[in-house]
Design a binder for this molecule. Sequence first.
Ligand code: ZN
Length: 505
Amino acid sequence: MQSIQELKDKLHDVKVLQSTGAVLGWDHQCYMPSGGAEMRAEQMALIGRLSHEILVSAETERLLLAAESDAAGLDPDSDDARYVRVARRDFDHSAKIPTELVTEMAQTSALAHEHWVAARAGNDYARFAPWLEKNVDLSRRLADCLGYECERYDALVDQYEQGATAASIRQVFETLKPALVSIVHAVKELGPNKVDSSPIHREFDETVQKEFGERVIRQFGYDFERGRQDRAVHPFCTTFSHGDVRITTRFERDFLSPALFGTMHETGHALYEQGVSACFDGNILFDGTSLGIHESQSRLWENLIGRSLPFWERYYPDLRAAFPGVLDDVALPAFYQAINKIEPSYIRVEADEVTYNLHILLRFELETDLLEGRLSIKDAPSAWNEKMQAYLGLTPPTDTLGILQDVHWSGGMIGYFPTYTLGNVVSVQLFDKADADLGGRIADQVRDGEFAPLLGWLREHVHQYGRKYPPRELLERATGRGIDPKPYLAYLRRKFGDLYGLRFD
Ligand code: ZN
């Protein structure tokens, strides 16, 4: 189809510009000296502007209309028909946002970021408050431009998770919240020393941590011919093309978890990107379909595999051998408990599998309240602390350990947080279906260090499609079901019931 090919050629430029931006972003976080910041900001802004201009140009619109009329005769599930639908969504999304608003959001988030860094460092919420107010206001304007059916939040979350709404997220949390809170309380009643996490806080040589992590992710199936691993303060995964999907890792000498589980987490993201069909390379379908589906992949490899008992039955002897003498007095069950300890804490990114979602619930509730004007900027820190107390039994002693901890709100990313919990929920739905299809053998396979069957299933049912199917449709095609938090809860109850010798129901 001539018209569809012409549209692809046009939007290929957008993809190349985005890929160029990703290279610059990667360098920024891994290697760039601070002196490069000013020019880098200009480079990134220019790339953003050029790709926006191409995307919303009259020429793109003309090609899109022609492609749509040709695609009308195609099988609606064909790659080309789906390509045109995704192009329409991207075009409409960008075209609905006036250029002045795009510019204002970019400038505000750059400035807000600076003030947030200083406010967090100095425990000074008052410094960040006016910027949070601006970002909430910009988010309202953005939502009004994008349009929504029920509430503004719907428009914002849809950017990250197509089809999700505040109501659908509330429904997920209605199931999760009472169950999670009761697990946290039951574990708390056992006393703080039921599980000892000190074994993972010993001295672990960083070079050895890197080698061990590398060995593990090679076995998961991460392809180093099409990727590499570097150090960064905030770990991430970034994709330039089918042939170049990179991860970064943060190492701590006296704490095993950040590098070990962080590497598995980013590898989960990378396996998704490395698994997108090569025929979408350089095309707008070459990407994960949503943040929630992306996060389901990282959580699956990090938690359902990396923090599972079968995994450590296979790899614990290797880990001990890699760090001679360090873990000699720690038997496997104690190690398994240490890496899975449930412990309410102030900081989201350090939270365990159970408390993590309560951190997200708190943020989701505050975001919707701020957006709808039910909560004022001034009262937000105390609302934060009250919810921390209600859900986790802790009151942050400072705003640095409370409302100022996350980068998202400084970047104007309101509506982003729930995708983390959706990822957790979906990870178990996919895992359970894969296990059923593989004859209930995943645990045995993991115990044998064999990950190819699981990866193969994910490639076939999730990865290869890239953005071809929107997230809800992808999940339904893969599992036959819509989003459902019950399997995730069952998983948590089983795992942590066994681990703590409790019965949750
Ligand atoms: Zn992630």
